[in-house]
Design a protein. Structure first.
Lengths: 164, 800
């Protein structure tokens, strides 16, 4: 079937089988490899993308269900080739990644969290990433990355008089 | 540069260069690799715990659109050799697809090749297989009994390995000890379960006779084993090491997947790809971990001083050998943990059962052994009415006793256990922790303190292979680095294996930057394919900081020496007068006379007339590094030097258990950790925290559980539970650095840290919490349901 998907701000018309998941569509049809398959039953969260700004599992929905909505992948929040967003940079600063497989999803979850809540507590960060399994890090440096990103982003565009 | 000296980049808080690509989703994972005309593989699995394969009807599947081939075990077995196991058990052959008999539920029986993975899965469902169900055995102790079902009939028993070692005067020490205690401890079947499943893309070029392999692999001798099994020269196998592996921690050893795909691409003439789905991974990926039953006896005195230990370890390896039997061997190198135990008897038994095959798991058996030992230490304290910390402190090897030879023949390099423990207690306060436990108890909770003092053998001297199988004479364990400074002065270093999150590119940059005194960021790190590689033992046995770091260090020194010699020669001064500093060579006696990096490169590449006599042009060096303290085989009485380095971890935690639900909550967690010089503190911390999280899983949640029919019932992430951010508490890590005298920078390994002690500490805390109810639990995982039932039963008895 032919569907129209708006991915990372671009409207794309593509041909997919009705049973094609959004994850397979992003990876195989649109060549956006940042979303990863981990369990394909909605537990690990490695396939997380933003669906109208909300973090969802791309393995649990069909591509056709995403028609008419805004899909954002990690490619969409990366500012440019070789350039990192403040959240991505914070993950590098705290080493909030090891093998990198769950990482794009973690970055997207952080993105969704900080869009709503610029100053999350540790508990709020832990809650936000609790649907995403990381097997490498034990989460500590991911939590720190998100807290650091929040701090940096709060500092951006502040009037100098309010910046310590 | 001394191991204890001041470093410029080593131990500095540097970023990990690999992270940049990962945070942008630009890793190069195997599932991201697409080759032209590539087809997809799905497998058909056996639904029985054991069955004879009577007939396979492929017709319906082959008639489906987009389906290219259906492969069965008979065709594959005729064309390939069984997979290597390392044991002399020729009647226990392991093959990618079951041949004649399937031996566990989920074992691969046939493979389908189709245009897409979805079509391959559709066709897999259309294959009809006629099975005759056979008797089966699941339990290791039952597998030992005579007259029961045999997993491999031709082998004559279910025992793959049964070896007893006696190191020292065990019986004499037991007779001389006033106190004895025995304990049965069980480590449940769990594994590392990376979020990326195993995957492989294989492509055969018949015109070049070349098999190109891209895989999510972490495994020694992978290319060799592919060549042997497929009966092609290893020069026709090209493994691409520039694939990012999405987590492994030991298990990414998809040799059977690779041989299967290697055969298919050679048979069919186009590239094939097999990416396990989660079900294939958990059931038939052959990536389970230890399931080990310990019977331990310890002999000690009234002060809690342990004189001797008898340990029997029975491993349920699953249906085929895999690497599992050898996982009984590695713990021999640290069999007494951090304690001065005078003599040890160790019996290692590996049996086959009708469960999924195991492979190497983080620590290679050390975690289970540490659990057994640390549970004993707590029970000794309990029977003597002593504090468990005090009992440990009385038995610890002291700092001034290193290097320390343990009964099984390994010398521990260095340690300062008492200081690490002291640092942990200095901040936490043991009495305060006990007061908090008692306060929680006063509030009606069950609360307990858990301690574990454990070692992480590191460096990867795997002479346990020779110890368990005398036909093996391997005493060489190596890693390598090649460094090239090009004609414009830029530096490239190579490593010769894959990585799965350990930051090896950062390791190389840091070590080379340190030696050459240049910014690590300018050192490009590449991974040639297997045909262009120097030897590597791959990231197993917590070895890469020691081994790849050691190879890079020596290679960099060779380069530095060459640059210095070129500079001295061009300055016309004796070598001893030349000083290398920050890439420039100068005359110590006249520092204004110097040759810059650019000039040295100019001489090496373009001014042969200025080169010292006998020197090769250019600036390329390599170093193949043998494991420190290695190179010996076991003695006749079963003693051998294994791993060179021993990191230490001291876990101290407080757990509160809801008495009605049985839910354990880790209230405090403090870890003392000593892995010698930390080359990159961010990486060490990440490894350690990840290890603790993994250990929490093994202790409380994760189990490949089977039902009585031999069906794996934990085969999704909904029933095999990996710890989420909610289950992993904040951990306060206290670092201490006792350098190893045997490594180039004093570094030890940290790839298994946390995991090797967390399960023991958690088990001890839970037992401390439930001891007032008169109960104990010595089987992992301690699931909430099990704990809750046990507490309820004990409470009702107490109430009556």
């Amino acid at each position: 079937m032919r569907i129209e998907l708006k991915v990372n701000g671009m409207l794309r018309t593509i041909e997919v089988e009705p049973r094609t998941t959004l994850l397979d569509c992003l990876r195989d049809v649109l060549d956006l490899k940042g979303a990863h398959a981990g369990c394909e039953h909605g537990v690990c969260g490695a396939c997380t993308v933003l669906f109208d700004g909300v973090a969802v599992r791309a393995c649990l929905m069909f591509a056709a269900q995403a028609a008419g909505s805004e899909i954002t992948t990690v490619e969409g929040i990366t500012p440019g080739p070789g350039e990192l967003s403040p959240i991505q940079d914070a993950f590098c600063e705290t080493h909030g990644t090891q093998c990198g497989y769950c990482t794009p999803a973690m970055v997207l979850v952080a993105h969704a969290l900080l869009a709503d809540n610029p100053a999350p507590t540790r508990e709020e960060i832990v809650e936000a990433i609790s649907g995403n399994i990381c097997r490498c890090t034990g989460y500590a440096q991911i939590v720190e990355a998100i807290a650091l990103a929040a701090e940096h982003m709060r500092g951006v565009n502040r009037p100098p008089s309010l910046t310590k | 540069m001394s191991a204890t000296g001041h470093h410029r980049y080593v131990s500095a808080d540097l970023r990990v260069r690999e992270d940049r690509r990962f945070v942008a989703g630009k890793g190069n994972f195997v599932a991201d690799i697409e080759l032209p005309n590539m087809k997809h593989v799905a497998v058909v699995t056996c639904p029985h715990a054991a069955a004879r394969i009577k007939a396979i009807d492929k017709r319906a599947a082959l008639a489906m659109p987009g389906v290219h081939y259906v492969l069965d075990g008979a065709e594959l077995a005729a064309a390939t050799l069984p997979l290597m196991t390392g044991l002399d058990t020729p009647n226990v052959p392991r093959r990618p697809l079951a041949f004649e008999t399937a031996r566990y539920s989920g074992e691969w029986v046939a493979a389908v090749v189709a245009d897409t993975r979805a079509l391959a899965e559709d066709a897999a469902e259309a294959i009809e297989i006629d099975y005759e169900a056979l008797p089966f055995v699941l339990d290791a102790e039952q597998a030992l009994e005579k007259g029961g079902p045999l997993v491999h009939e031709a082998h004559g028993s279910n025992v793959l390995l049964d070896k007893t070692f006696v190191w020292g005067e065990v019986e004499k020490d037991f007779a001389a000890s006033p106190r004895k205690l025995s304990l049965r401890v069980k480590w449940g079947r769990s594994s590392t379960v990376p979020i990326e499943t195993f995957g492989v893309v294989a492509s055969w070029d018949p015109w070049r006779e070349m098999l190109d392999v891209h895989a999510s692999i972490q495994m020694p001798r992978y290319a060799d084993q592919i060549g042997v099994a497929l009966k092609i020269p290893t020069t026709s196998v090209r493994v691409h090491y520039d694939v990012d592996v999405g987590g492994s921690y030991g298990v990414k050893r998809g040799i059977k997947h690779t041989v299967l795909c290697g055969y298919l691409t050679r048979r069919l003439g186009f590239p094939v790809r097999l990416i396990e789905d989660r079900l294939e991974n958990m059931r038939g990926g052959d990536a389970h971990g230890p399931e080990r039953l310990f019977d331990v006896e310890v002999a000690f005195d009234d002060q809690g001083i342990v004189r001797s230990m008898k340990m029997r370890a029975l491993e349920n390896v699953g249906a085929y050998a895999g690497r599992s039997p050898f996982q009984l061997g590695k713990p021999i190198g640290a069999i007494v943990g951090p304690y001065k135990i005078n003599s040890v008897e160790y019996r290692a038994i590996a049996v086959v059962t009708n469960k999924t095959t195991q492979d190497a798991v983080r620590g290679f058996g050390q975690g289970p052994t540490n659990l057994a030992l640390e549970r004993c230490m707590d029970e000794i304290a309990n029977v003597l009415g002593l504090d468990p910390l005090e009992v440990r402190q009385r038995n610890l090897i002291r700092h001034d006793e290193f290097p320390y030879l343990i009964p099984s023949g390994t010398t521990y390099d260095s340690g300062n256990y008492e200081t690490v423990i002291g640092k942990v207690l200095a901040d936490t306060g043991y009495d305060e922790l006990k007061a908090e436990r008692d306060r929680l108890r006063g509030e009606g909770k069950l609360a307990g303190i858990g301690i574990a003092a454990c070692l992480e053998p590191s460096g990867g001297n795997a002479t346990f292979e020779a110890l368990l199988n005398p036909a093996i004479t391997t005493s060489t364990f190596m890693d390598s680095c090649r460094i090239n400074i090009d004609g414009l002065g830029a530096i490239t270093a190579t490593m010769h294996t894959t990585s799965s999150g350990q930051g090896h590119e950062t390791l190389l940059g840091t070590v080379i930057g340190e030696v050459l005194q240049v910014d690590p960021e300018i050192v490009r790190v590449t991974r040639p394919d297997s045909l262009n590689s120097l030897p590597s033992g791959t990231p197993v046995g917590s070895r890469m900081a020691i081994m790849l770091g050691g190879a890079a260090y020596h290679a960099a020194h060779k380069l530095k020496d060459k640059l210095t010699a070129i500079g001295a020669h061009d300055l016309g001064i004796p070598l001893a007068r030349a000083l290398y500093k920050d890439g420039t060579v100068s005359d110590r006696e006249a520092p204004q006379n110097k040759r810059s990096w650019a000039e040295l490169v100019q001489i090496a590449y373009r001014n042969y007339h200025r080169m010292p006599e006998g020197f090769e042009p250019g600036l390329s060096v390599e170093h193949v590094y043998q494991v420190p303290t290695g190179g010996t085989l076991p003695t006749k009485d079963g003693r051998v030097q294994m791993y060179p380095c021993f990191s230490f971890e001291f876990h101290l935690l407080l757990i509160a258990i809801d008495p009605d639900l049985g839910t354990p909550e880790i209230v405090r967690y403090r870890l003392g950790h000593d892995c010698g010089t930390q080359i990159n503190p961010k990486i060490v911390r990440g490894m350690t925290m990840g290890g603790i999280a993994h250990g929490i899983g093994a202790a409380l949640f994760e189990e490949f559980a089977y039902n009585d029919d031999g069906q794996l019932i934990a085969q999704t992430f909904m029933d095999y539970l990996l710890p989420s951010s909610h289950e992993v508490p904040a951990v306060d890590i206290v670092d201490h650095e006792t350098p190893s005298p045997y490594t180039v920078l004093g570094q030890k390994g940290s790839g298994e840290s946390g995991y090797l002690g967390a399960p023991a500490a958690i088990a001890n805390a839970i037992n401390d919490a439930i001891r007032p109810l008169g109960i104990a639990i010595n089987t992992l995982p301690i699931k909430v349901s099990k704990l809750g039932d046990l507490i309820a039963e004990a409470s009702s008895k107490k109430g009556n």
